[in-house]
Design a protein. Structure first.
Length: 182
């Protein structure tokens, strides 16, 4: 319970920091405000995710939210994980390429795993998991069409594990394609 309280406090702190960023004359305002699409990742808890990214006010800070799942099958045993991840990302322009930015940040992932034995219909090793992660990557907004693509890396430290199958540390690489809105 103490870990959960600490995680909530850290997440709120990251969010408050993001909202309190002031305007900076050196930062070129992003060419889109919000975007929605899909993310494909290599994480233990998500392979396919719905992805939302919204920039905060006139700052280079953005919140990225992912709602995903990972179906798997191991010799007669079905494993399904459903997840939610939230990350704060601070973007920096890459000068020679308009629309191309790199970002760093961090976030929290929560997931629920359900393991089912198809042969006798019993569930076992199911449960809730949570982790925190730093993140970094690149984001590119096409100039001529309302599409943004990104690639990111999320080395996740597991704080709560649903079972012994999941490690305390795992790396997730993901790519996203999102429709952009002004």
């Amino acid at each position: 319970m103490k870990k959960l309280i600490c995680i909530v406090i850290v997440t709120i702190g990251i969010s408050v920091t993001g909202f309190s960023q002031s305007k900076s004359g050196a930062y070129e305002t992003t060419s889109y405000r919000t975007s929605i699409g899909a993310r494909i990742g290599t994480g233990y808890y998500d392979v396919f995710s719905a992805a939302f990214k919204g920039f905060l006010s006139e700052t280079p800070g953005a919140l990225e939210l992912n709602l995903g799942f990972r179906p798997d099958h191991y010799g007669g045993v079905d494993v399904i994980s459903v997840s939610f991840a939230a990350a704060y990302e601070y973007h920096f322009d890459i000068a020679p390429a308009p629309g191309l930015k790199w970002f760093i940040g961090g976030g929290l992932s929560m997931y629920n795993t359900s393991v089912s034995d198809n042969q006798n219909g019993t569930n076992y090793s199911s449960g809730f998991g949570m982790g925190i992660f730093p993140t970094g990557g690149v984001d590119y907004k096409f100039n001529s069409i309302p599409l943004a693509v990104s690639a990111d890396l999320r080395p996740t430290i597991g704080l709560i594990r649903p079972n012994d199958y999941y490690n305390y540390f795992y790396v997730s690489f993901g790519v996203s394609a999102r429709y952009t809105f002004k």
